[in-house]
Design a protein around this ligand. Sequence first.
Ligand code: NAI
Length: 340
Amino acid sequence: MKVTVYSAQPYDERFFEETRLEGLADVPFELIYQRVALSRQTTALAEGSDAVCVFVNDVLDESVLEALADMGVKAIVLRCAGFNNVDLAAAERLGFFVARVPAYSPEAVAEHALALALTLNRHTHRAFNRVREGNFALEGLLGMTMQGKTVGIIGTGRIGLATARIFRGLGCRVLGSDPFPAPAFKDIGEIVALETLLSQADIVSLHCPLLEATHHLIDEASLERMKPGAMLINTSRGALIDTRAVIEALKSRQLGALGIDVYEQESGLFFQDHSSEIIDDDIFMRLMTFPNVLVTGHQGFFTVEALREIAQVTFQNLLCLMRGEHCDNALIAREARALS
Ligand code: NAI
């Protein structure tokens, strides 16, 4: 089976090849690594492939899916949990098998949310630069003691739960908001209405998926409901936040700090080196001017353990497809049609 791997970085290739050597060597996958993302312009690279393997910023809208189907591609395997970039209705209509990696070290993302919050709170990103320049002044580095503070977790699934546990361990009071709260959350904190969470939390951390209902969940109105000076952390998906509204809230000091690992318009920016270019995105560049904003380039998942899990589960998904077996991770199943 021939698989075109889009948005393939050297680390993807390394962990896929290591996983192949660790026991799946005789599986006849031919993996063709492409650095570029999947889009209407790059579908032709999948010519002759049975499957495409994609990540968070590959575009799988109706026109891309139709082009792939016309070329004989039958399967889409996602190297991620979120699938907001795939038009599932179109994929189903076109008869694609679609599978994902539902969980790859939720703790990795939770720990990154904590890293953003702790860095912003104690200004270690600024202290790092100051000390290297021989500036040991403390003015501007004042933080708060985390113990006793209230942390609001929006989305209490795998990552939200792991984040809640970590903040509970710091001695924080933890509130959660979720239409389907995880039963285990009641041992860590209290489930409340979103309005209550926003009005009481010193730190709000987003862990719900990007859906129509959660698009711009954090907008002008919800920012106004937040405690003045509160911190907002987003390690989930960029479009959960209305970035323009967040910039206004930072300018008015209503929002005290922003830590994001994801950004609404990240697809043209993240995972690539743009350091020698002029970045045209004025909204992103405005964010960069705030001392109380910390942005990382979608690296929450980026641990050895998570990359191993992604490679192993992606291979298992491909094996299920090849053998025509039931696949637990399928979003759209095609058990009846084994590929070889
Ligand atoms: P999950 O499916 O285990 O949990 C999501 C939770 O959000 C569920 O409990 C669900 O009921 C809840 N939810 C749905 N709609 C909601 C709403 N309107 N308000 C509040 N809660 C709502 O997903 P998991 O594994 O915890 O991942 C969460 C998100 O994290 C993913 O959708 C993905 O976008 C993001 N992610 C980010 C990564 C990164 O590297 N930064 C890596 C992996 C995932």
